[in-house]
Ligand binder design. Structure first.
Ligand SMILES: *Cc1c(COP(=O)(O)O)cnc(C)c1O
Length: 356
């Protein structure tokens, strides 16, 4: 039986998408060829990448609004520097809410002045700073919508007159936001969209061409826009699976539908964490992530029993990030509510056994 997969990334994908993807590996488009042995410029694959790009904009409500969707490579980590390469002329403002934000800041510093408007590093990134000011004379403001490692999530985005750039790697397509607020959104596919190897970039085309430096072709967003994400060979398999997942999401009812399910899953788990005296959450309640729930045991002697019960129940991937410890249950779009119920039941059994 398939395990209950709470892995933080790469992570769970819809079972029907995996089935379609395996079929396409053997025989894509009924052409008696594999998806991964045909030209990326062949009509059937061009149709796939075009569909993926348009589905991404459609699901976010950003069609016909000056945005382009690109499938790039290099992960979100390459975006940390591409964003600065393409947009940072003199200074940029960054919100430091976690490991990934911190890495983005380090990369940007090579291109100009970085103003850290606020940071929660002093408290182990256990909350989202609020009430900070964003200087008006910066080239852009950068934030991370969901902090995959610590388990916090920005619920209210700040107002800024300038450009807004957001790393949405671990919560894109999971909740409704006013996506028009953002000028550039990027996300590694492997958290809520597909296999590792593709990075989705959503960019308002008019923001480009403002920096004076020479940008190498491969790192220039304009290159990829001009070449319809085909400047070089795209990661065909990752793009294909991402497109299938976006179609799966659209067929379910899009973001409004999945957001409801995601809220149900998160409420089920957090309610148990708060109710069960053997567990406690580790981040500020109001900033808790709907995608990645982090928690610890209040009684460390229960560790072995808890992990044994999880294993017996077929629960996979709930160990916390190596920098945080404890547990992290990632509840991405494809994780069924039922899997969360299985985890909650294990938590209840642990409590019952500990009292007996
Ligand atoms: C996983 C993750 C990254 C890093 O993504 P890569 O694709 O491995 O480079 C960056 N930001 C966030 C928020 C993430 O969750």
């Amino acid at each position: 039986m398939k395990k209950h997969n709470f892995s933080a990334g790469p992570c769970i994908l819809p079972q029907e998408v995996l089935q379609q993807a395996s079929d396409a590996i053997l025989n894509f488009n009924n052409d008696d060829l594999s998806l991964i042995e045909i030209s990326h410029r062949s009509a059937p694959f061009v149709a796939v990448i075009e569909k993926g790009r348009s589905l991404a904009l459609e699901l976010l409500g950003l069609e016909n609004k000056g945005y382009k969707a690109l499938f790039l490579q290099g992960g979100a980590s390459l975006e940390f520097l591409m964003v600065a390469y393409n947009l940072l002329q003199t200074k940029a403002a960054y919100l430091n809410t976690g490991t990934w934000a911190d890495k983005a800041i380090k990369e940007a510093k090579a291109f100009g002045e970085v103003i850290e408007v606020a940071s929660s590093k002093d408290k182990g990134y256990s909350y989202i700073p609020k009430g900070y000011a964003i200087p008006e004379d910066v080239d852009y403001f950068h934030c991370t919508s969901n902090n995959t490692v610590a388990g916090t999530q920005i619920k209210e985005f700040p107002e800024t007159k300038g450009l807004m750039v957001c790393d949405m790697s671990s919560d894109i397509f999971s909740r409704q936001l006013d996506f028009e607020k953002f000028d550039l959104i990027y996300a590694g596919a492997q958290k809520n969209m597909g296999p590792a190897g593709a990075t989705l970039v959503i960019i308002k085309e008019e923001i480009l061409g403002k920096v004076e430096r020479h940008i190498p072709a491969m790192l220039n967003y304009q290159t990829h826009i001009d070449k319809d994400s085909m400047f070089n060979t795209p990661s065909v398999f990752a793009v294909y699976v991402s497109t299938l997942t976006l179609q799966w999401l659209k067929d379910l009812g899009g973001i409004p539908f999945i957001e409801k399910v995601n809220n149900q899953k998160a409420a089920l788990l957090y309610d148990e964490i708060d109710r069960n005296s053997l567990f406690k959450g580790i981040v500020a309640t109001e900033d808790r992530s709907i995608m990645n729930a982090t928690f610890v045991l209040t009684d460390p002697t229960q560790k072995e029993t808890f992990e044994k019960l999880c294993k017996e129940a077929g629960i996979n991937g709930i160990n916390g990030h190596r920098s945080v410890g404890g547990y992290r249950a990632s509840m991405y779009n494809a994780l069924p509510l039922y899997s969360v119920q299985v985890l909650v039941d294990v938590m209840k059994v642990l409590e019952k056994n500990s009292i007996a």
